[in-house]
Design a protein around this ligand. Structure first.
Ligand code: PLP
Ligand code: COI
Length: 341
């Protein structure tokens, strides 16, 4: 199979429609059999649940080319489970893990020419999503749904590749206590846009959100969880019921303990403690691990000791090990890599 003629190394994080996408419809109480299609548009009622009441949730994962040319995905069973948890909270019919993995395998296989080659630093980002497609005018769950999955080749999430980013503490909250912060609901992202644009207009890459209840603990950014490294080399990551349970973060906790022999603390992190850390980073499927060099909270500027030019040693090693597992250069724990073709 011949790869598409794309300058893989120059890709940013954008949408480039590929040849095929998958869709399945939920009607009369059940999922119909899904199909691949070349059509990247959707036609639906003006009164669809997704358009009126934002009844939608999504996932994000990547396909990688390994050195021997095989195409794999990383822990997609966890994405299937998280989509199920998002769907339950939004009263959207769940997609079984089997159906999710079938859609993933078929779509990635059909788009094999779009999966960036090994060593380019680029990957194929896969976006599964669920939404209320049937009409609903009183506030209620929609009568019909669609499950879709498309992919797009991507490079680094932040401009400048893996250079440390500069972030600021948001004056707006991301997720309420007992709200939807722990699921991947579209609405969580819609309400973060204003704070995100404000941060960008002030020269920041991202926001650091604090807990909405007390505004004292670190939560996450708009699209990634936090990682901190103490001066004595421990990995610390915020524990909260209102952040997204990042699959990257959960994997890194394991890699830190089992591959690198680090001590890991998953606990509440007071914002006051941030200035004490030696390294700061954000992690997620899109972000992988991106180092953070500066954190501003109005007049307070925290310059992270690892600086604005490079990765700190611990986060650098974690990133190298994780991407090595994904690319097949480092042996993966059992069940983490799903070979597609
Ligand atoms: N937090 C938020 C709000 C996200 O959108 C994402 C991205 O999916 C993450 C964290 C990282 O999660 P994962 O590592 O599963 O991609
Ligand atoms: C991801 O990392 O997959 C995300 O969903 C983050 C962002 C692109 C929304």
């Amino acid at each position: 199979m011949e790869k598409k003629d794309i300058k893989w190394g120059e890709l940013g994080f954008g949408y480039m429609p590929t040849d095929y996408r998958y869709y399945a419809e939920w009607k009369n109480g059940a999922w119909e059999e899904g199909k691949l299609t070349k059509d990247n548009t959707i036609t639906m009622s003006e009164c669809a649940g997704v358009l009126q009441y934002a009844q939608t949730c999504f996932e994000g994962l990547k396909a990688y080319t390994q050195k021997d040319g095989s195409i794999v995905t990383f822990r997609p069973d966890l994405n299937a489970e998280r989509l199920q948890s998002s769907a339950r909270r939004l009263l959207i019919p769940e997609v079984s893990t089997e159906m999710f993995l079938h859609a993933l395998d078929e779509t990635v296989k059909a788009n094999a020419a779009w999966v960036p080659p090994y060593g380019t630093g680029a990957t194929l980002y896969v976006r599964p999503f669920l939404f209320g497609s049937g009409p609903v005018i009183g506030v209620a769950p929609a009568p019909e749904y669609q499950f879709r999955l498309f992919c797009t080749p991507v490079g680094p999430y932040f401009k400048g590749g893996v250079k440390p980013i500069k972030i600021c503490v948001s004056d707006y909250d991301r997720a309420a206590p007992h709200g939807t912060g722990d699921i991947k609901a579209g609405l969580n992202y819609a309400m973060s846009l204003y704070a995100g644009e404000l941060a960008h207009s002030r020269g920041y890459n991202e926001n650091m959100f604090l807990d909405a209840g007390t505004r004292t603990y670190v939560e996450e950014t708009g699209g990634a969880n936090f990682l901190f490294v103490t001066k004595d080399g421990k990995l610390v990551t915020p524990k909260s019921s209102t952040i997204l349970p990042s699959i990257t973060r959960r994997s890194l906790v394991y890699v830190a303990k089992e591959y690198l022999g680090l001590t890991v603390e998953e606990r509440q992190v007071p914002f006051e403690e941030v200035k004490e850390f030696a390294e700061v980073g954000v992690c997620g499927t899109a972000a992988v691990i991106s180092p953070v060099g500066e954190i501003d909270n109005h007049d307070e500027k925290i310059m992270v000791p690892s600086g604005m030019n490079e990765f700190g040693p611990v986060l650098g090693k974690l990133r190298e090990t994780l991407t090595g597992i994904q690319n097949g250069d480092v042996e993966a724990p059992e069940g983490w890599i799903r070979k597609i073709c």
